[in-house]
Design a binder for this molecule. Sequence first.
Ligand code: PMP
Length: 412
Amino acid sequence: MQTLTNNRFTVGKGIKLIDDAGVEYLDGVSGTFNLSLGYNHPHVVHKIQEQVGNLTHMSSSFTEPYVNEVLDHLIEYAPNDIDAGWMRDITGSTANECATKIAQKYTGSTDIVSLYLSHHGQTQFATGISGNAFRRKRFPNSSAANAVHVPAPYCYRCPFKSKSSECGYQCVEAISDAIDYASSGSVACMIIEPILGNGGNIMPPLGYFQRIRKLCDENNMLLIADEVQTGIGRTGTMFASELFDIRPDMITLAKGLGGIGVPVAAVLMQSRLNVLEKHEHSFTSGSNLISVTAAKSTLEVVSEPGFLDAVKRKGILLESLLQELAQKYPIIGEARGVGLMWGLEIVGDQNEPDTPKTNAIIDRAFTDQHLILRSSRYGFGNVVKVRPALTTTEEELVEIVDRLDSVLASVH
Ligand code: PMP
């Protein structure tokens, strides 16, 4: 994303950021898509304050009773007989490392299949399994991750130039070929984002995940859903795996799990996969009580009756507002998403990616409309992302889109 500002923000309220001059900005992307409950959700703030007053950290040898409360809550919502978890990470990057280590240890195999345009984190390993070379450049260890990268289900710009109605899922066929010809011959797992977030809010076509599940079964590969962006209600269900019927063997979580931006991560898995020894994957600050409390209290809010239904309703509203913009402005090639996770692909006259215009939209949104948006950095960098907090009101959604409308009117 572009560097936007010298503002010094001092207060966050709901989806608003207020700077030291008292100027209010509307955050249309919930921080870095991680403030699932906005800046100062009272329940989460209160629980953290209470916890800080009692106990902030103990060795992870003692935190299991706290961690298990969170894992039990997550497992209640988890699909595909997922009934165990691991919570010694504080970032999505290392949660993905944890899940892939589990896959390697459990299967005895090495390779990890992932999609072009995927983003799984920024440690060298997580960079290695992510599907974009520009982050690996100059970091040789990131190319040593036994990754097999395969074409993404990016229907708007199909890598096989197919029309989606008649494509025959060539991108899934290509995965079989890559396993046969480009892997080491020993594939442990496939890791996949239900919606490719940083890649440009790419939504796989209907039937894609069912084919992926079958492919994994046929090749004895485990399936990991990286729900760092899509998890914890973002798509209107607790996990996007449920919405898209993905049936993963493991789910990784971070970002929204911390509710108000507190770093915390988790890996959920079927208990047969609970094969790691504590010393094989653990971090000093993992499962610290501030993080665990943030996760616990966030889940309390997200699982309140009606909360996720409200996200679904607001998602439908956001969809209709953004589709209206897409009708109005030809520079929006496609508006795609679900729930409160949307992207607008910005294009030129021939539908070619228009990155300069995308950057102009982000910049003008901030300077002219005091609206915070982000663009995708992967692919062509030409997708404007709209992902407000799950607590955003309908009026605020309308306000976000009104401001975006004014920006588009000035750049189109
Ligand atoms: N997976 C996905 C899908 C992500 O979007 C990100 C972060 N953008 C990560 C993993 C890495 O998470 P973290 O930044 O917490 O390491």
